[in-house]
Ligand binder design. Structure first.
Ligand code: SAM
Length: 249
């Protein structure tokens, strides 16, 4: 399957270089990711290619005009494929690993609308059946970084993109669990060694150690996630022992 994306932006040059690197580049080369970047100024009609204007009611800053966005969406729609329209917005539903998975398995084209300045004319939200998605509770200058963040996280779920098909499943959050700690060579660095089990060659022991480290990591760093973890009886016992050992800390 191919994840198909369109990005509508006033700053296409923020998007394009990132598509030329690493996983996003390789996924595109393998035909697993397709991204079309549209400059919203190409959908304006005046001599100055105006895509933004002052807000009605006054106030600071500029607002993205609705016409170029509607026109760009009409152009993409005219290809006949069904679309899922995403309006990047700090006011939207929070982007999480489960939304990334959902996007990575999406059969419709994902159309990312990147806002700028004070945001996007409200009629885009009212008239285009967009989903507002936020990448976190902070305000960025534009929707380009959020669109890139979402494409990067989503493409990892497209079968064939990661070398090991289990990698995405093993990443943090996939099972409400943070990842276990990773080590690579050298075995001793500035006096710090590595856990002996990792060089024991005992795969069962390594698997158990990793599971426990992931549980401990989640418990310590993100206790809010821990209630969602699917625990085995063995996990429960181990967590109870850990809590006793650390006095509930
Ligand atoms: N005035 C707007 C508000 O408070 O909701 C913020 C506008 S922001 C400076 C400009 C654009 O950046 C937004 O329209 C949106 O496309 C994007 N943006 C900013 N923060 C974002 C976030 N956390 N998640 C997704 N998009 C964001």
């Amino acid at each position: 399957m191919t994840m198909k994306c369109d990005v509508l932006t006033l700053f296409p040059d923020i998007i394009r270089p990132v598509l030329e690197q690493s996983i996003l580049k390789r996924a595109r080369e393998k035909g697993l990711l397709e991204v079309a970047v549209y400059d919203l100024r190409d959908f304006t009609e005046d001599r100055h290619r105006t895509a933004d204007d002052h807000p009605y009611g006054g106030g600071a800053g500029m607002v993205l005009k609705p016409e170029p966005i509607f026109k760009a969406v009409d152009r993409i729609r005219s290809c006949g494929e069904s679309l899922r329209l995403i309006l990047t917005s700090p006011q939207g539903r929070r982007f999480t690993q489960s939304v990334a998975r959902e996007f990575g398995r999406e059969t419709r084209r994902l159309v990312f609308i990147c806002g700028r300045y004070e945001g996007v004319d409200e009629r885009v939200r009212e008239g285009l059946e967009v989903e507002e998605i936020s990448i976190g509770d902070y305000v960025l200058t534009g929707g380009e970084l959020p669109a890139l963040v979402m494409m990067d996280a989503a493409v990892r779920w497209v079968p064939g993109v990661l070398g090991d098909p289990e990698s995405a499943e093993a990443d943090s959050f996939a099972a409400s669990l943070l990842d276990y700690p990773q080590y690579t060579r050298p075995a001793v660095f500035r006096g710090f060694g590595i856990p002996a089990v990792l060089t024991s060659g005992d795969h069962e022991a390594i698997r158990n150690w990793r599971r426990r480290q992931a549980l401990e990591n989640t418990l310590r760093k993100r206790p809010d996630l821990f209630d969602e973890v699917d625990l085995t009886d063995e996990d429960r016992q181990w967590v109870e022992d850990l809590r006793k050992e650390t006095g509930g800390r």
